[in-house]
Design a protein around this ligand. Structure first.
Ligand code: SR1
Ligand code: MG
Length: 421
């Protein structure tokens, strides 16, 4: 028990502890019938599925430490507060994009929410070679709507500044990102690990001083450019899907940061899924079509994001920046279009850089991903990971010179044919 009376739930105690919660009884049925399973497979939290006679619910509870590492790495419970606040904003900014939140208990760090069924974690679906109709469109829309509507382009000055202050409290989770994403991959940090066959390319990357500088420029953008409310951890493990639907979960890393951060992290995870596919082949070439599809999702995410962002710029730009009173109302609509193009250009360059660091940290740092980890043959895994590392480097160093998303997917196809070990 902590000073505030926090106690971690267990499948055995959950019905006793939460059986009096009216909304849970309404959604799930009387507590004497509840069946409770702990299913959390993320790095940080407890996640319970509660099944009763009337339905199901998710009960998510933060632990006071990093689950992946153990009690030696304490982590504040308040991340649950930031997750709750991000979820309700994402729902308002892109209705239907996240699970319905039914209850929040700040002291116990518990969020009770809709159980998404028959959804599965997108990353697992991609490892299995499954596809999701409309995925790139949905995720591109989510990024555009949440990132535009959480920014100074849309919000009133008072609301935006209040949210900036609120999410500035998410210090420890930002600290994880600042270290694990932007710094640790570029030196022999204590918690790093990588597939043994990568030793050569890892040594070359860590000796690459331009890369080290690029990573710190990106870190500075993350820490100092508070452009919008980010999801903060938008990878394929933070998306749940059916064959035709996608919902975004887990925004506990929410903070104000650069618009390109979420988009870049998301695209990085699809590129890593792409590079991992040969490692999951049962017959040579049987994942080629899946690789093509994953690159088509990358293209669609960016194109949908840019189109939706432009649509919102033209139809909802009512915040404190680039006011219509300065442009359209003066007959200077063309200048507003110029400003939009400039801004999308900046977001594009940021996206590529953040995409690159995310690809590096998932292979070189503490938190790896199942796309590569589930490749049992270490030699094959290293071959796949090396391509992702090489592409991450090119994205970080070439972000200013890559003209469009087609150059990114062409680069991935080129890397598929190369040996970077
Ligand atoms: C110690 S937490 C490691 C990673 O898990 C989370 O999902 C974030 O991606 C974080 O960087
Ligand atoms: Mg998570």
């Amino acid at each position: 028990m902590t000073a505030l009376g926090y106690v971690a739930l267990s499948p055995e105690t959950l019905a006793d502890r939460l059986g009096g919660l009216a909304v849970l009884v309404e959604k799930v049925g009387p507590p004497q019938d509840w069946q409770v399973r702990e299913v959390g497979d993320g790095n940080l939290n407890l996640v319970f599925i509660v099944t009763g006679s009337a339905g199901q619910a998710i009960v998510k509870q933060a632990l006071p430490y990093v689950r992946l590492v153990g009690e030696s790495w304490p982590l504040p419970l308040k991340r649950s507060f930031f997750e709750y606040n991000a979820l309700i904003r994402q729902e308002a900014r892109d209705p239907g994009s996240v699970p319905e939140v039914w209850h929040f208990d700040e002291a116990q760090a518990i969020i009770v929410m809709e159980f998404l069924s028959p959804h599965v974690i997108l990353r697992h679906a991609l490892v299995e070679g499954r596809r999701v109709a409309g995925l790139g469109e949905r995720l591109g829309q989510f990024c555009a709507r949440t990132l535009f509507r959480g920014s100074d382009l849309s919000m009133t000055a008072a609301a935006r500044k209040a949210d900036l202050a609120l999410f500035a409290g998410n210090v420890e989770l930002c600290d994880i990102t600042e270290n694990l994403v932007f710094s640790d991959p570029y030196f022999e940090a204590e918690m790093n690990r990588h597939t043994p066959g990568l030793d050569g390319i890892v040594a070359r990357l860590r000796a690459d001083l331009s890369l080290k500088v690029a990573a710190q420029h990106l870190k500075m953008a993350f820490t100092s450019r508070a452009e919008t409310m980010l999801h903060g951890d938008l990878h394929t493990g933070s998306v749940m899907v059916t064959d035709t639907e996608a919902k975004v979960i887990d925004p506990e890393f929410a903070t104000y940061g650069p618009i390109g951060f979420d988009v870049g992290m998301l695209i990085a995870n699809f590129l890593m899924a792409h590079f991992s596919q040969p490692g999951h082949e049962k017959v040579p070439g049987d994942r080629a079509a899946q690789q093509d599809w994953l690159l088509s999702v990358v293209t669609t995410i960016w194109e949908t994001f840019a189109a939706e962002f432009a649509y919102l710029w033209r139809s909802e730009r009512r915040g404190i920046l680039y006011e219509a009173s300065l442009y359209e109302d003066q007959g200077h609509g063309l200048a507003a279009e110029q400003a939009l193009n400039d801004l999308l250009g900046q977001i594009w360059r940021d996206t590529l850089g953040f995409c690159g660091v995310e690809m590096h940290r998932r292979i070189l740092g503490l938190a790896h991903n199942a796309d590569f980890e589930r490749i049992a043959d270490e030699g094959r895994r290293a071959m796949c990971e090396a391509r992702a590392l090489a592409m991450g480097r090119q994205l970080m160093l070439g972000a200013g010179a890559l003209p469009g998303i087609a150059t990114v997917t062409e680069m991935a196809r080129r890397m598929d044919k190369e040996d970077h070990l």
